[in-house]
Design a protein around this ligand. Structure first.
Ligand SMILES: Nc1ncnc2c1ncn2[C@@H]1O[C@H](COP(=O)(O)OP(=O)(O)OP(=O)(O)O)[C@@H](O)[C@H]1O
Ligand SMILES: [Mg+2]
Length: 250
């Protein structure tokens, strides 16, 4: 079990903005992320949730402001530091983002080969098989993503994000396209990760899942942080919960 150090900021967006193709997509967002806590990013479609998530994860570099990991600007890290950060940070992309020309086995071997270069092939296979069983994937390892449904691709994306047992999980619409049983299985895994002290930032439109997992909710509207509330306030205040539900559904 990882030590939970209260109030330790592990990630932080500081006045971060993102401009693409002349369009201001994210504007002046400042959010600290406490170690071991779960934050849900919610808001209407096209509001900028995925962009904010990628900024926190260092997958996009803010055009102004900064994204920090343990106080260090992610975009200024050395390659070695960046690799250590990547090993500790799993990311599920909204569209799964699996390599089209690789088999499921190859897709999952890649992070293990990168982050555990001395791991033997047999051990790699064992880790992959165990992780896939955990997410409920039962098909062949030697087929390509195009041969899978969107939901099955999401399972692979989730397995890839958790394969190296990261201390931080970024999950973008991670239960979308899944049936209830599969979604519950992933929620169960995320709950275990919460107990282990994993820092989690997730995007979801699923009100029930937000209510169940979020310890803090940040609403992103028109690229700005429009509301930030604790999970407790969300659970206790029906009016506030309804307002957020409407905001999510927009
Ligand atoms: N690289 C880019 N170039 C131009 N526009 C972009 C780029 N990335 C995102 N956008 C636009 O920025 C807005 C926010 O996109 P984003 O994907 O962050 O929203 P979202 O809140 O995740 O939406 P959804 O709930 O539909 O997933 C959208 O209008 C999108 O078209
Ligand atoms: Mg999105």
């Amino acid at each position: 079990m990882r030590d939970r150090v209260p109030d330790e900021t592990i990630l932080e967006l500081k006045d971060a903005s993102f401009l693409a193709q002349g369009k201001q997509i994210v504007q002046g967002v400042s959010i600290p992320f406490e170690k071991g806590r779960t934050t849900a990013l919610v808001g209407p479609s096209g509001g900028g949730k995925s962009t904010v998530l990628k900024l926190v994860a260092g997958l996009l570099i803010p055009t102004s402001g900064s994204a920090l990991y343990r106080g260090e600007d992610i975009s200024l890290m050395t390659r070695t530091r960046n690799l250590a950060f990547r090993k500790n940070a799993g990311f599920v992309f909204q569209d799964s983002a699996l390599w089209a020309n690789q088999s499921i086995r190859q897709i999952l071997e890649l992070p293990l080969k990168l982050h555990y270069p001395r791991m033997e092939a047999k051990q790699r296979t064992e880790r992959i098989v165990t992780t896939l069983a955990g997410v409920g994937y039962r098909k062949d390892l030697d087929i390509r993503p195009a041969q899978l449904s969107m939901g099955e691709q999401k399972l692979i994306a989730f397995a890839r994000a958790t394969l190296c047992d990261p201390g931080i999980l970024f999950l973008d619409e991670w239960t979308e396209s899944l049936d209830d049983a599969a979604a519950r299985r992933l929620v169960g895994i995320v709950k275990k990760k919460q107990e282990d002290g994993t820092t989690i930032v997730f995007v979801s439109h699923n009100f029930k899942i937000i209510r169940e997992l979020a310890q803090r909710i940040c609403m992103i509207v028109d690229g700005e942080l429009s509301l930030e509330i604790s999970g407790e306030a969300f659970a206790a205040d029906e009016g506030l919960a309804r307002m957020i539900e409407r905001g999510i559904a927009q």
